[in-house]
Design a protein around this ligand. Sequence first.
Ligand code: NCD
Length: 311
Amino acid sequence: MASTLKGIDVLRADQFTLDEIDLIMDTAARFEAAVRAGGRLLNLAGKVLATLFYEPSTRTRLSFESAMLQLGGQVLSVAEAKTSSSAAKGETLFDTGKMIESYAHIAVIRHPVVGSAKELADGAVIPVMNGGDGAGQHPTQALLDLYTIRKERGRVQGLTIALAGDLKNGRTVHSLAALLATQEVRFYFVAPEALTMPGEITADLRARGVAIEETDDLAAALAQCDLVYMTRIQKERFADPEEYERLRHAYVLDMALVQRAKPGLIIMHPLPRVDEIATEVDAYEGAAYFRQAANGVPVRMALLALLLGLE
Ligand code: NCD
């Protein structure tokens, strides 16, 4: 059955309707069950995914590639695109997009510049997914985050959710805030003063009627929240290394903090973590970040299948 997502680009988390979000969640759940049941899926046999990563990645690239392979498709990968592709010779992403359709049926790009995925998509006929554009957006991560919240808590509506850490530079929280704003949640935005959520994002959310508390006090926020989404201080976005050193230990979530939090707290993190979650927290049953990373595969299977018009 053809879906409304066939042929589209995935560039921002706020581009989806509620029906589209439900379709992606339901398709991911079906793929997760199918993978668990064993058996060989061949939905995307004969299709090729190109992965263009101009910035480091472990989970995003591997889970996209695994998703494609598990659907019977194939993968072409330029892992160190910055140095080993024609970008090093000055080719624009628009021109890269122009020729990519001859090699692949769908592509995912990660790049340090905000708007880069759109530039590739503007040149390309095939669907392009944004795997992270600088401090901009990371929409496929937001979808797997939403999928994780639904699995962990059974529902999203009515939850109070803290987004904590580097809210200024973290693309995952920019995308997740936009996606969760469609789901009737309340937010605590927890950040040191230098790393607060960009004003245009909070203004946009408030204009949509979303309740937001902004604070730098993680412990106080955790006493009120059902779920906390911790993030890494984004070292690579700092112009001044001393500023990074000053802020890198802004928050460390350890068991002492968890014990003072609202009972049943769920802890998420897009990973990689540096030291903002102590490893002692890994054994806590609400520590969901490794389960969250695993959810990247079925959610990306769903995106690949829906964008290619197959289910
Ligand atoms: C995130 C990213 O690249 O934005 N990682 C990921 O995709 N899971 C988070 C980060 O790097 O801090």
